[in-house]
Write a protein that binds this ligand. Structure first.
Ligand code: GLT
Ligand code: MN
Ligand code: MN
Length: 390
């Protein structure tokens, strides 16, 4: 670890064009800073030490671009990728901005709208793969409802499945080396979005034609909007072998999707997340799906991007110290090596003998309940460490 927390491409930090390119627009006001073209964003990211840049089809190529404009944008983009050593780890489709998607894309009642969503996505997959993407994210911003009378939610789920199965077929038929990562969000822009949480998305992946090819892209802000524990959601995805991508940012709980700088609000939640990713050896990109405050100019956008990466690296260093701290280690050892009345192996496998052993074991609930846990001390040690006095 370098002492000054400067990121390098080995850290695998990535940003979407829509993140550093966000001009500060919100539902109550227009842009507060000029738009920066994609090749200049690549330069900004390269200069700040990022590894990757991700995009929606129309972040890179405007929806009405002529073939000539498209070719020029791609030439400039590729040149910037080469000049600043920035790759494209992930790509995705914008299936939410255009009015055609006002009542859903893959879950629309209208078969022509679903066909258009598939057409747009197949073209966007081609573009992403051409630029090197290995992960394809699906965030269905408009796949939801305000008026439940108008749509049968179970039908919507079936339509989503049909479309994803279709695209699995497309990727295989083309021999692309590409995995899908489904991203959940509870609401916004729809009143309610289907598959509201990472857990719901995880369950859905097992119902698809090739579950191995489909994982999730959990986003911190989206789980916190629902009042959930992001680290727990990520741990479940990891344990299932389905953590294909991750969206890091920050969020005050139970509010609109704020997409704040990573670590700017919930440092402790961010710490346990970083600690988990580093402990288990997650090797995918660490993508920051956030944007600078509306108060900022281009320099502020750089401060934002640098801040996301710096905080991650500081927390990574804290995780290393946590693992080495003698008192923390002592408490953890005590907490984790518990129980001698029944062999732990018996608990893992049902057989008539192990059932008999457990039924016969002298398990006195009052004595078990008296065992100390020392969680107060452990948590305060964590707080001391995070506050820099340990
Ligand atoms: C949009 C959304 C994000 C998704 C992006 C990918 S777009 O900004 O809020 O969470 O990851 O479609
Ligand atoms: Mn996201
Ligand atoms: Mn978000």
């Amino acid at each position: 670890m370098n002492g000054d927390y400067r990121p390098t491409p080995q850290d695998k930090f990535s940003f979407g064009l829509w993140t550093v390119g966000n001009p500060g627009r919100d539902p109550f006001g227009g842009p507060t800073r000029p738009s920066i073209p994609p090749h200049r964003l690549v330069r900004l990211l390269g200069e700040e030490g990022a590894y990757g840049v991700n995009f929606h089809d129309n972040d890179l190529i405007p929806i009405d671009a002529t073939p000539r404009e498209r070719a020029r944008i791609l030439t400039d983009f590729r040149q910037a990728m080469a000049d600043y050593n920035v790759c494209v780890p992930m790509a995705t489709t914008n299936l939410f901005s255009e009015p055609v998607f006002k009542d859903g894309a893959f879950t629309s009642h209208d078969a022509d709208v679903r066909a258009y969503a598939l057409q747009k996505t197949m073209r966007a997959i081609d573009l992403g793969v051409e630029l090197g993407a290995r992960v394809y994210v699906f965030w269905g911003g408009r796949e939801g409802a305000e008026v439940d009378a108008a749509k049968d939610a179970s039908e919507a789920i079936k339509r989503m499945r049909e479309c994803l199965n279709f695209l699995i077929g497309y990727v295989k038929d083309n021999g692309y080396d590409l995995k899908f990562a489904l991203e959940a969000k509870p609401n916004e822009p729809r009143g309610d979005i289907y598959f509201a949480t990472t857990g719901a998305m995880l369950a859905f992946t097992y119902t698809l034609d090739d579950p191995e090819m489909v994982g999730v892209n959990p986003e911190l802000a989206h789980e916190h909007m629902a009042g959930l524990n992001f680290y727990h959601a990520v741990a479940q995805a990891w344990e299932a072998g389905k953590l294909f991508h991750i969206d890091l940012n920050d969020q005050k709980p139970n509010r609109f999707d704020q997409d704040l700088r990573f670590g700017s609000e919930g440092l402790k939640a961010a710490f346990f997340l970083v600690k988990f990713l580093e402990d288990v050896g997650y090797s995918g990109p660490r993508h920051f799906d956030a944007h600078a405050y509306r108060t900022e100019d281009e320099e502020g956008v750089r401060d934002f991007a640098a801040g996301c990466m710096r905080t991650y690296l500081i927390l990574k260093e804290k995780a290393r110290r946590f693992a080495e701290d003698p008192e923390i280690r002592e408490i953890l050892a005590e907490l984790r090596e518990r129980g001698s009345l029944v062999p732990a192996a018996d608990l893992r496998n049902y057989t008539p003998e192990t059932a008999r052993n457990i039924l016969d074991a002298p398990l006195d609930r009052h004595r078990l309940a008296r065992r100390k846990l020392r969680h107060e001390r452990l948590d305060q040690l964590t707080v001391d460490l995070l506050l820099g006095v340990r």
